[in-house]
Design a protein. Sequence first.
Length: 422
Amino acid sequence: MNIVIVGTQWGDEGKGKVIDILSEKVDVVVRYQGGNNAGHTVVVDGAEYIFHLIPSGILHKGKVCCIGNGVVVDPEVLLQEIAGLERAGIRPARRLKISDLAHLILPYHRILDQLREMKRTHKIGTTNRGIGPCYADKINRCGIRMVDLLNSRVFADKLKDNLREKNEIFRKVYGHPGFDFNKIYRQYMGYAAKLSGYVCNTALLLDEAVNRGKDILFEGAQGTFLDIDFGTYPFVTSSSTVSGGAAVGTGVSPDKIDKVIGVAKAYTTRVGEGPFPTEFPARFGTFMRDKGSEFGATTGRPRRCGWFDSVMVREAVMINGITDLAVMKLDILDGLKSIKICVAYKYKGKVFREFPHDASVINGAVPVYKEVPGWRGAVAGVAKFNGLPANARSYISRLQDLLGTKMSIISVGCARKDTIFL
Ligand code: GDP
């Protein structure tokens, strides 16, 4: 079975844990979009692993892990991640495959990301890793891909072309001295030597896997509301985070995808700027952030926290074709007297049951809440749905009714064992 894992909110839903659990049951794991602006945290036997580029499936012996063509790769970060795994005794050498069509992040992408964000009056909250500018070059047809890196002549030509135009922009628009060809060329030829063994036609490799009846897990990063089309634009990431992105970002055709699992936190969080209708008031927000350890895996930035928003997640169910939902971090709601679920928005006297696309509506939206009683005691360690406190069960059932989709996984703690399968 070929399964896509997708975030239904603004990322950080806990996809890492779901991916880690499901990786055990599949043969190949493939990342399909994003770059090292994403971060999955996986806890195995008390040890914490943070992944930015390499699928966390690498922690499972024998699994092949691919970085698909839809991903943008910062070679330096990738090499650091490979070195980190080797230090932990995991050898990715024969199991890690990088698409030859994946685009490369270059030093000018990172700097441009920072300079553009600095100049913006309305910051979009970029991670400054060069992801957006790299995707922009891809669309502008001046990007440099892995396959180009492996051909020194092609790489030199493309780099020269880029620097000719970019250095002028850097100097004239940003007052930045620009970049030296030789320095980047030497640095990247060093990366080429180290990475060449991993690079291949991953679309072909995945097609062969499909034909041999192997199971593939498509690993999404970020979440539906950070999608370049369907997210809260412009406070979004530069790639297609939705399930459709899995086909485009890997070369596996959509008809080979059997199932889409959406991952939602039992509440909502968001990093960076942008609208957030159900955001908690400041003091309660700080309390819940500490309770849920809501700090970014990639940047350490504090996450904004709020109530579960069924308007958003219902939209995510539709856009992604979600067949199964995983609800994460239910334990963080332990001990609350009551819990709110957003069922609609109100704006200027009008009720919105579908997610509005007009920025002024989302910014001014007042959530309409259903309030349900909380539960006493801890849900961590509970292995069966019936073992949950009655109010926790009815909270989950309420979400299921509102979303109209099946709940397959309820996560009640960060460890693999703290998981209820339905
Ligand atoms: P991702 O980007 O969607 O994979 O999310 P992150 O990895 O940034 O965030 C998930 C964080 O929550 C990690 O630190 C996980 O160990 C942790 N986590 C996942 N599921 C649960 C859960 O059910 N309860 C608690 N307390 N922590 C969880």
